[in-house]
Design a protein around this ligand. Structure first.
Ligand SMILES: [Zn+2]
Length: 423
């Protein structure tokens, strides 16, 4: 395919740290998914860090650059709903060993690489839900990206996350051996202090583990009481922050929903009753399909030759129930369990488990932006942030087209352009 720049200066190719577009950029000849629907014959114009026009026909005026995106679909920058930039796949290094044996320096170097891979994969925003033992390094990483020191997505960060005493890992050590935890333990009234302390350290969102695998048989069982969860939510809300709950058991989910969290992460054992409660309380589900799939493969499941494990069958059923109930679905894969930059895996699995491509595209753009309270992201619309990507093909009929990202722009800066350009 042949692309050309009709007027103005040549498009600046990827330079690691983006180059600011001083004048407007006219993006043309692409199919445009605006966060809701697909449009044909639209033009999109950005200026500075904003979209200043999105609609039919070519708007008047001349532009610094014109970018011919024939054969591409232009979309809002994708929003990852559940990442851990400070983790890498458990088949490389177990979670315990990452928490206990990797230095903060190593974890930060890895996170810098992960942030870059995420952005290059077209994910211009991530909600990063816990450093897993790496203190508040996510706050520092977010700030370094915001200062322009490195290429990466916009980050909403959760810092240490909150767990109930006795529930979280690493576990399995002799009683006299103390090890640092992968999150911050607190209980009772102390939850108010810890929530405030995490806010004071600069987190954007509070993450709480409403259940954990600490049942008698190692099954997921509730951790906090409803009143404990409510005290976290009340404290976070007072500062304008949301609370997200890790929960996979029905009772853990029920308590988190009634306490007023914004999203439930995982939700594996949920059924129609729980989903109806989520709908009634306007709580969204972040199903993390790809993480469960990856973990089963790490445990030896051969997807090509083996029968489908019980856990996967149950997850598929639970996800089908979620779709039927009409609960809001956020796109978030728990990436870090599987490789950063492979975020699209979750979107492919959402389609595989029964969601339409168009609904998945809405979920990973406008829905995530709305649920995470980011009113100027997730849509291609005048006045929104110029976070845009172009992919080859039609992701609304083949979601895997999202693996072919040729253009990445964040806040009006071009971070990736594989299009050939000329005057
Ligand atoms: Zn997670």
């Amino acid at each position: 395919m042949y692309y050309k720049i009709c007027t103005g200066l040549p498009l600046v190719l990827f330079l690691g740290i983006g180059v600011y577009a001083q004048e407007g950029i006219h993006l043309m000849n692409a199919r445009v998914f605006d966060g809701m629907d697909v449009h044909f014959g639209w033009s999109v114009v950005t200026k500075g860090n904003e979209i200043i026009y999105a609609g039919p026909a070519k708007p008047k005026g001349s532009y610094h650059e014109e970018l011919d995106l024939s054969g591409h679909t232009l979309l809002p920058g994708l929003i990852e709903g559940h990442s851990h930039l400070f983790l890498h796949p458990y088949n490389e290094t177990t979670w315990n060993d990452q928490v206990l044996k990797e230095s903060y320096a190593e974890r930060t170097v890895r996170a810098v690489n992960h942030a870059n891979a995420t952005l290059m994969a077209g994910f211009t925003t991530v909600r990063d839900l816990g450093t897993e033992g790496a203190d508040y390094l996510d706050v520092g990483l977010r700030d370094a990206i915001n200062k322009g020191l490195m290429a990466g997505p916009k980050m909403l960060v959760a810092g240490k996350a909150i767990v109930a005493t006795g529930s979280y890992g690493p576990k399995g050590f002799a009683p006299h051996v103390g090890v640092p935890l992968g999150a911050e333990a607190a209980d009772g009234v102390d939850l108010i202090r810890v929530t405030r302390d995490q806010i004071g350290h600069g987190v954007d969102v509070i993450k709480v583990y409403a259940d954990y695998r600490w049942g008698l048989m190692g099954e997921a069982a509730p951790t906090f009481s409803i009143s404990e969860l409510k005290s976290i939510v009340e404290t976070a809300h007072a500062s304008g922050r949301q609370v997200v709950a890790h929960a996979s058991s029905k009772e853990g989910m029920r308590r988190a929903i009634l306490a007023g969290v914004t999203t439930i992460e995982h939700g594996d054992a949920a059924d129609r009753e729980i989903y109806d409660l989520m709908v009634a309380h306007d709580v969204a589900l972040c199903p993390t399909l790809a993480a469960g799939d990856a973990i089963m493969q790490y445990r030896g499941w051969n997807k090509m030759s083996d029968s489908i494990p019980e856990r996967i069958i149950l997850k598929k059923k639970s996800f089908a129930d979620a779709l039927q109930s009409g609960v809001t679905i956020c796109a978030g894969g728990d990436v870090g369990v599987f490789p950063h930059g492979e975020n699209v895996r979750e979107l492919e699995m959402m389609v595989d488990y029964g969601m339409s491509e168009l609904e998945v595209l809405r979920s990973v753009t406008s829905t995530n932006a709305r649920v995470f309270d980011m009113p100027d992201l997730g849509k291609i619309q005048s006045g929104f942030q110029a976070d845009l990507i172009a992919v080859q093909g039609n992701p609304d009929t083949n979601i895997s087209a999202l693996r072919h990202v040729n253009v990445v722009m964040r806040q009006g800066k071009m971070y990736k352009s594989d299009l050939t350009s000329q005057h």
